[in-house]
Design a protein around this ligand. Sequence first.
Ligand code: HEC
Ligand code: HEC
Ligand code: HEC
Ligand code: HEC
Ligand code: HEC
Length: 406
Amino acid sequence: MFNRDTFFVYVSGISVVLILAFAGYDDAAPGYKHYQDEFRSIVSEKFGPEKAAFVPSGVQQIWIESANKVDRCVSCHLGVTWEGLENERQPYASHPKEPLENHPIDKFGCTYCHGGQGFAAKLPDAHGWVKHWEEPLLDSTLEEEYQLAKKGGFMQMRCNTCHRYDRETEGADYINRAKALVSEKGCRACHTINGRGGSIGPDLTEIGSKTSEQYDYGRLTTFPSIFNWQVAHLQNPKSFAPDTIMPDFGFNSEDAKALTLLLMSWRKRDIPLELLPNGAFGDKPTPEELERDRIMLEGEGRFFVEKTCFVCHDVSSLGIISATKIGPDLAIAVEDVQRRFGRTLDDFLHNPSGTMSVVLSRQISLTEEEIDEAVRLLEHAYEVHKSLEEKQGKENGNVEDSSAGH
Ligand code: HEC
Ligand code: HEC
Ligand code: HEC
Ligand code: HEC
Ligand code: HEC
C-alpha cells in the first residue's frame, strides 16, 4: 500500500485489489516495445510506411537539464509531438497544444505536470502506481475516484507548485477559485501563508508537505486519504476538533475540493529556478489586501481578532470583517444591547446570557481587565460608527441640497 504517499492513501477496496495484482505481476509488466510496434503500425496506416520509418525504437527520454533528471514517458507516448493523432487512443495521441506552448517538453519534461515516475519505461511503474512512489500519475482514474468534475483537475495542484504566487493562472480554474476564496474568507486572519498572516491556527505555507502519517483519520467517514481529510475538515472543522474556532464557512463540495487542491499544492518544492515563472519569489498582496490585513492585525480593532470575536462578529466601524457573521455587528453593540436586553454593554459582558454566555465560558476566556478593554473599545467603535453615519448623512444631504438648487 502507498503508506508513504504524500497526497493520497489508496485503501479503498478497488485500489487495494489493483495494487496487490500489480505486486505479483511485475516481471510480466508491459514495457515500451509493444507500444512502439503498435504506434508504428498506426502511423503506417494513417500516414504511410515512409513516415513509420521515423518512429524510433528503444528507450526514449527527455533529459531535463536544469534538474538533471529524465522523463521516459515518450518511450510509449510517442505521438505527443505528432500532428494529426489528436483522436488516437493513449498512449499514442498528440498532446493538447496549449500546455506545451508555454512549457516546451524538452525543457519541462512530463512529470512536473502529470506526476508519475519519469525514469521508468514500463507500466505500472511509469504511472507511479507502485509502492514507495509518492507521486502517482494524476489521471482520470483518480478523478473518478474523488469525483472531481473538471478533467485534469488534480494536475492543477502540480501547476500551482510552480505558479504558487500567481494571482490567477490560465488553465487552473480550481486553483484560481480557491485563491479567491482564501482572500474573500480571510483565512490569513488566523493562518500564516507565505509569511503573511495570523498565528491562531497552524502555518499553512507548507501544509502540502505533511505526510499521511501525520493525519488522524479516525473521524473520517469517507475512505482515509489526505485529500478526503482536507475536504471534510474544510466542510466541518468542528467534527475534527470540537473546540476549534476555525469557522464552518459553508463550503459546498466543489469549493472544498478546490481549496484542498490549493492546500496540497503548498509544499516544499524542489524545482530548478529556470523552471519557475518570473517573479515567482514572493506573495505580493494587492494594496487592498494589505490594507485589510493591516487593519485586522494592527488596527484599533486588533483586540477582536486576537480574542477571535471576529470569527462571528463584524466590528465594521473599526474595519473588522467576519467571514461568517454569525453574531451581530458589534459597531452598534452599545445601543443594541441596551435595546435588546435592557441593560448596559458593561453589564452584559460581565454577566452574559444566551450564546455569549456559552462562548465566554467555554471558548474564549477574558479576564476582568480584558472585558473592560472590550467595553471601552466597543464604546469607541460606536462613536466612530455614529460619526461615520453623520458624515454619510451630511454627504447625502449635500447631494439633495445641491440637486434641489438646480
Ligand atoms: C510502458 C508504456 C507507458 C509509459 C512508459 C508511460 N505511459 Fe502513460 N499510458 C500508457 C498507456 C497504455 C495508457 C492508456 C491506458 C491507461 O490509461 O492506463 C497511458 C495513459 C496515460 C495518460 C492518460 C491517463 C488517463 O486516463 O487520464 C496519461 C496522462 C499518461 N499516460 C501520462 C504518462 C506519463 C506522464 C508518463 C511518464 C511518467 C507515462 N504516461 C509513461 C502507457 C505508458
Ligand atoms: C505544462 C504541463 C504539461 C506538461 C509539461 C505535459 N503535459 Fe500532458 N497534459 C497537460 C494538460 C493540461 C493536459 C490536458 C488535461 C486534460 O484536459 O485532461 C494534458 C494531457 C495529456 C494527456 C492526455 C490525457 C487524457 O486523459 O486525455 C497525455 C497522455 C499527456 N498529457 C501526456 C504527456 C506527456 C507524455 C508529456 C511529456 C512528453 C506531457 N504530457 C507533458 C499538461 C502537461
Ligand atoms: C515546473 C514548473 C511549471 C509547471 C508544473 C507549470 N508551469 Fe506554467 N509556466 C512555468 C514557467 C517557467 C512559465 C513561463 C512564464 C515566465 O517565465 O514567467 C509558465 C507559463 C505559463 C503560462 C503563460 C502565462 C504566464 O503566466 O506566463 C500559463 C497560462 C501557464 N504557465 C499555465 C500552467 C498550467 C495550467 C499548468 C498545469 C497544467 C502549468 N502552467 C504548470 C512553469 C510551470
Ligand atoms: C478564526 C480562525 C480561523 C480561520 C478564519 C480559519 N482557520 Fe483554519 N484553523 C484554525 C485553527 C484554530 C485550526 C487548528 C484546529 C483545527 O484543526 O480546526 C485550523 C486548522 C486548519 C487546517 C488544518 C491544518 C493542520 O495542519 O492540521 C487547515 C488546512 C485550515 N485550517 C485551513 C483554513 C482555510 C483554507 C481557511 C480559510 C478558508 C481557514 N483555515 C480559516 C483557525 C482558523
Ligand atoms: C461563536 C460565535 C461568537 C463568538 C466567537 C463571539 N460571539 Fe458575541 N455573539 C454571538 C451571537 C450569535 C450573538 C447574538 C446572541 C443573541 O442574540 O442572543 C452574540 C452577541 C454578542 C453581543 C451582543 C450584541 C448585540 O448587538 O446584541 C456582544 C456585545 C458580543 N456578542 C460580544 C462578543 C465579544 C466581545 C466577543 C469576543 C470576546 C464575542 N462576542 C465572540 C456569537 C459569538
